[in-house]
Design a protein. Structure first.
Length: 195
């Protein structure tokens, strides 16, 4: 892996199991190792809707505790901009994992899926607030998200609308972040670095 440096803001994109979260954790651990005064907070967006998701969350928590024992965790499925502002400080690195699940929570909440349209307008307003929070953060912010636009065109209007919304969100976040990293097979590829 390349030399670890912490950008003021970094978007880490990739497919499933590409190493996105691990990369964010490595950066957080590096941040914590730089100074006894440094803090790290993970803002987790997943919600335990079913047994499989509960098990997945528990596995992530256990793995993260072993890799980055000094990182605190805050669960926030919806109010992401507020969570970034609340936990950001000059000595605190904030990791958001992940933007894709956060957008899913906003646009396609599990309890409202039947017969409802995605809340596109609310999603755009929340995305604008998120962009402002990233730019206003006092300390570094690392955001993890999925790149899902490399496959086939999905069937279903709602799914296509979600893929479009996530693509727009990824582009908007990438535009304001100092660094954008694409993960593939556990390897980072720097797409943008203006640090």
């Amino acid at each position: 892996m390349s030399v670890m440096t912490i950008a003021k803001s970094e978007l880490i994109l990739g497919g499933q199991k590409s190493g996105k979260s691990r990369r964010a954790e490595l950066l957080a651990r590096h941040w914590l190792d730089q100074s006894r005064d440094h803090r790290a907070v993970l803002v987790a967006t997943a919600q335990p809707w079913d047994d499989e998701m509960r098990q997945r969350i528990a596995r992530h928590q256990a793995d993260r505790a072993g890799r980055v024992p000094g990182m605190a965790t805050v669960e926030e499925p919806l109010a992401l901009a507020q969570a970034i502002i609340q936990h950001s400080a000059g000595n605190t690195l904030v990791v958001v994992d992940c933007l894709t699940i956060w957008l899913t929570n906003l646009l396609m909440p599990a309890e409202n899926l039947k017969g409802k349209e995605p809340a596109a307008q609310e999603g755009r307003a929340q995305a604008a607030m998120l962009l402002g929070a990233i730019q206003a953060a006092q300390g570094p912010v690392i955001l993890v998200g999925n790149e899902i636009g490399l496959g086939v065109i999905p069937l279903g209007r709602e799914t296509r609308a979600f893929v479009d919304a996530l693509g727009r969100l990824n582009q908007d976040v990438a535009a304001i972040c100092q660094r954008v990293t694409l993960m593939a097979a556990g390897l980072p590829l720097t797409l943008k670095d203006s640090t």
